[in-house]
Design a protein around this ligand. Sequence first.
Ligand code: DON
Length: 305
Amino acid sequence: MTLDALLQDIVAEMAAASDRGRVASYIPELACVDPGAFGIAVVLADGTEYGAGDAAVPFSIQSISKVFMLAAALERIGDVLWARVGREPSGNAFNSIVQLERERGVPRNPFINAGAIVMADVLLGDQSPSATVEQVRAQVAALVGESIAVNASVGASEQATGARNRSLAHFMAAEGNLEASVEDVLATYFGCCAIEMSCRQLAQAGRFLACDGLVSGERRSPAARVRQIGALMLTCGHYDGSGDFAYRVGLPGKSGVGGGILAIAPGQASIAVWSPGLGEKGNSRLGTLALERLTAATGWSVFAP
Ligand code: DON
């Protein structure tokens, strides 16, 4: 079966699915998204692109931005980042606060909210939040090769309702793990989460992770760093659902509450899926199922010989 036909089959199966999960509603603007949407895109290591369903419809990438923030934070300060953020799976929800108190304001990993808030602080330095978000947006756009947007309404919606993230940030400030003001750090974090991309664009943006950092002869990131980011995506990219995702899909992945998932088959492909309904751990229900179908059919797995 061709990849085109396989993606069409997956779209048809997902269209017929009855349990689509629940669209996130704690960020009010995300609750307006059509739960029936489904898109999938695959970009092979050589750049060939395949897409089906709503592959060209932009959606809020939310926590998937944490992958790009991590690449940028490591580029900016290197391994000293790890003095402020851990590299272990949290086994807790993405916005959990209990562990943070026990571990003195050092988040378990860069992909839970607290970890990404620390990365926002690193990226901010002495710039303004808007300049920092613009920098991240422009870096991601350069990977995609076309312009992408930050959805200001989604950012404002989260600003207005982000008490939980504010709690995490204030707690870390109290423990001395934030340098800038809580509000500037959060404005940066919310802005990065509000980046929008289609599956097609997201799969293009992730291509450097599938190519050991070398895209069409151009080095986008050191190979060692790309492998480290992949390891963190596999172990931490789906929060307390990371083990289940690794078991079912067999690839490093990063989810967002907008319903997107970016998954990487090293040396093979960068894959993006989008279905807004989430399972109980906050990861796209049909997105995960679609990736499970795709990797079963293609044999893509980091554990395959
Ligand atoms: O901070 C939040 O809660 C959101 N902006 C991002 C969380 C998220 O995407 C979790 N992913 N599944």
